[in-house]
Design a protein around this ligand. Structure first.
Ligand SMILES: C[S@@+](CC[C@H](N)C(=O)[O-])C[C@H]1O[C@@H](n2cnc3c(N)ncnc32)[C@H](O)[C@@H]1O
Length: 166
């Protein structure tokens, strides 16, 4: 499986990471700020952030009880992550260069996955594969947090906008 519609490696090589907010997703932080939603998020185990980009959400989610792996298709991106996070192992996270649709799932799967500006980066035809892949990699009782952005007809990116039906 590939996402040939966009040359992600080329964008990373040229530094064209216009999506990069420089901080963890505010909506993810808000989920943790509210006890109502925080209590729904598994506190232990293995987490995954596919298409992690600069990795802010990986760092935010990792703690001593929850190991988080960020994966990204772009080698340039992951080389940068590894260089910029020398203490990742000690802080219970890591980064891997991998294709979300084709990588080895750790034994038992993931307790938590966080998808942000990843679904909307996928060609529409891949959406059934996206859903099937999450279904395969998240363990029973695990949680997928995915922020459907944008849903308001916003123009100027991201490339494959979603709506409430799709
Ligand atoms: C729009 S960016 C979002 C990055 C990050 N989530 C953020 O919010 O800053 C999408 C990222 O997904 C990565 N990507 C695209 N297809 C992928 C795939 N099949 N597997 C893993 N990563 C992928 C790209 O290299 C890119 O870094």
């Amino acid at each position: 499986m590939s996402t040939e519609a966009i040359d992600w490696e080329g964008l990373w090589r040229e530094g064209k990471t216009m999506w990069d907010a420089g901080q963890p997703s505010p909506a993810l932080v808000a989920l943790f700020d509210s006890q109502d939603t925080r209590s729904l998020i598994p506190e232990h185990g293995q987490g995954l952030v596919p298409g992690c980009g600069s990795g802010y959400d990986v760092v935010f989610l990792a703690n001593k009880n929850r190991h988080v792996t960020g994966i990204d298709l772009s080698k340039t991106c992951v080389d940068l992550l590894v260089k910029n996070h020398p203490n990742a192992t000690a802080d219970n996270y890591d980064f891997k260069c991998a294709d979300f649709y084709n990588f080895d799932i750790p034994n038992g799967g993931y307790d938590l996955a966080y998808d942000y500006t990843f679904l909307c980066a996928m060609p529409v035809a891949l959406r059934p594969d996206w859903a099937a892949r999450y279904s395969a990699i998240i363990k029973k009782g695990g949680v997928l947090i995915t922020l459907m952005y944008p849903i308001d007809g916003h123009e100027g990116g991201p490339p494959f906008a979603v709506n409430e039906q799709l």
